[in-house]
Design a protein. Structure first.
Length: 154
């Protein structure tokens, strides 16, 4: 699955102002619950359980909290740009300000790892994260993701 297909509409791209990692996870769980037929608490518990296995920070100010949920009807991705960077236990010690949340149906596990891999691959290029940070709107950020996809960068 290509990254642009994970974000079917601009409402999957948010500007958030969390004060810390826990606050961010709560905000993401609330946003995700509003889009899928799962409770905020279930999503939050799954995200925090995954995070206990190790930080999902990728480095260079980017994190990708992710989890699989049983009975989830379809995958969901949300891109959150933070108004100010927060500590996220990244290996490189850099605070995070760009977050890709990925929720995936447990029953459709075949697409999960390729989706995560595609996000990681595109973020290796410094240009896209920089462009996403500078995007003036959710629509512009979504357009950047789609352009990267069409250019074969994913």
């Amino acid at each position: 699955m290509v990254i642009a297909n994970l974000f079917p509409a601009a409402d999957g791209i948010l500007s958030l102002s969390p004060t810390n990692k826990t606050d961010l996870m709560e905000m993401l769980a609330t946003e995700a619950a509003a889009r899928v037929s799962r409770s905020r608490e279930e999503i939050l518990d799954a995200l925090l359980a995954r995070e206990k296995l190790g930080s999902t920070a990728l480095g260079r100010g980017v994190a990708m909290p992710h989890t699989r949920l049983e009975g989830l009807g379809t995958q969901l991705a949300i891109l959150a740009r933070l108004t100010r960077p927060i500590e996220f236990d990244a290996r490189d010690g850099e605070p995070v300000d760009l977050v890709f949340l990925v929720l995936w149906p447990e029953e459709a596990s075949e697409g999960f790892l390729p989706a995560l891999s595609n996000i990681c691959r595109v973020l290796r290029n410094d240009q896209l994260p920089r462009q996403l940070r500078r995007a003036r709107s959710a629509e512009e950020a979504l357009s950047l993701l789609r352009s990267a996809d069409e250019a074969g960068e994913i």
